[in-house]
Ligand binder design. Sequence first.
Ligand SMILES: [Zn+2]
Length: 423
Amino acid sequence: MIYVPSRMGRLNRRALLRQLQKLGVASRADLAKSLGMSQPTAGKIVDELIEMDVLEEVAAQPVESADHNGNHNGNGETGTQLGRPGRQLRLNQSRAKFLGIHLGLNLTTLAGLTLAVENEDRWPVSFELKRTDSNPAKLWEKHLRQAAKALGAEPFIGVVLSVPGVVDEAAGRVLFSPNLHWTEKTDLKAMVRRIWDVPVLLVQEERALAQGHHLAEPECEDFLLVDFGEGVGGAIIVEGKPFSNPLPISGELGHTPVPGNVRRCGCGAVGCIETLVSLRGLMESFAAAVPAAEKSWRGLCEYVAQNGVKPWLSQSLDPAAAAIAGALNVLGLRRVVVTGSLAEMPATVMQYLSHAVQNGAMWARFGEVECVSAPRRRTAGMVAVGIDRLIVPDGKELHREAMKKAPPQVAPVASAAANPAIN
Ligand SMILES: [Zn+2]
């Protein structure tokens, strides 16, 4: 169900939800105060959101610093004025509202998602597709149907589908996917809707990760997130929002060419960074440099823990760091958040990468450049996308919905030739 309030109402609703995402739990009075809204305005929004099952009330937690009159920290007094002493609010975490699906290179994972901000991803249901499967689209749908049974009949209000590649999120299409070309020719949204008949939102996988990181660490407002795994990609958050640029492509650090690298990339080019620092790329270099070692990810990590960053590894990390530093210099950012395989490797790898990024980042010559690792918070980002686009859609989303219902009456483009006036 998409609720359509006035523009001002939408902005206030968004602001209030964001504030609650940051705070976790808050009273009506806390929310009004921190947002600079009048208490009646905040109270009205809260009531509507409770009605929509987006917020829920919980008993106030006893606060340790309760004063000698027994008032809780700020909540007691003002709460009483509103006639709801001791009631706190939080985003609904009693039941799953969205279905999150992450389509990975081999593994697809699913989870029912409440509106709470989760600090860690949990995927109770998953299935695998093999690279050799001849009709991956058909098989994916079949597995999805089985997964639906495992998940049970939750009344989800929407599905958020995270996918790799170049994704037109507004149109809900994968334009180009170097490692999963079949998704370019498949109407993934329609496929999912055949199983769950609710709105389906496509989100680019790194954009979901970046939004999840921002939710979990709201003070981190401007950063470049780089995820290393089956592929290598990035996403940019500026002033707390996903970076907005004209094309539905950004953060594609993994496809920067590395001179001298002759490995062929799934994107069709030769020598991309991804072929060196993806899981597969790292395994390939490791196996070639240390043929006697156990050829597994664990074997690689153990080797690095014992031997440090040897040339086979530094030769892959250096170009990745150079691309990251280049992005910082171009975008005007000074913070990098690394998630995925490099973040899970022995700490010496992140130290090496961080040092190499600082070497290339101009801001580091006179200021501070941070390069930190963090866990993947994909589900948190997917919930953020679901809230923004389905629960409190902005003007653009509403416009899109309206256009779907009533397509604009315009002359077809082809008529330009027949109508010399349009020139
Ligand atoms: Zn490439």
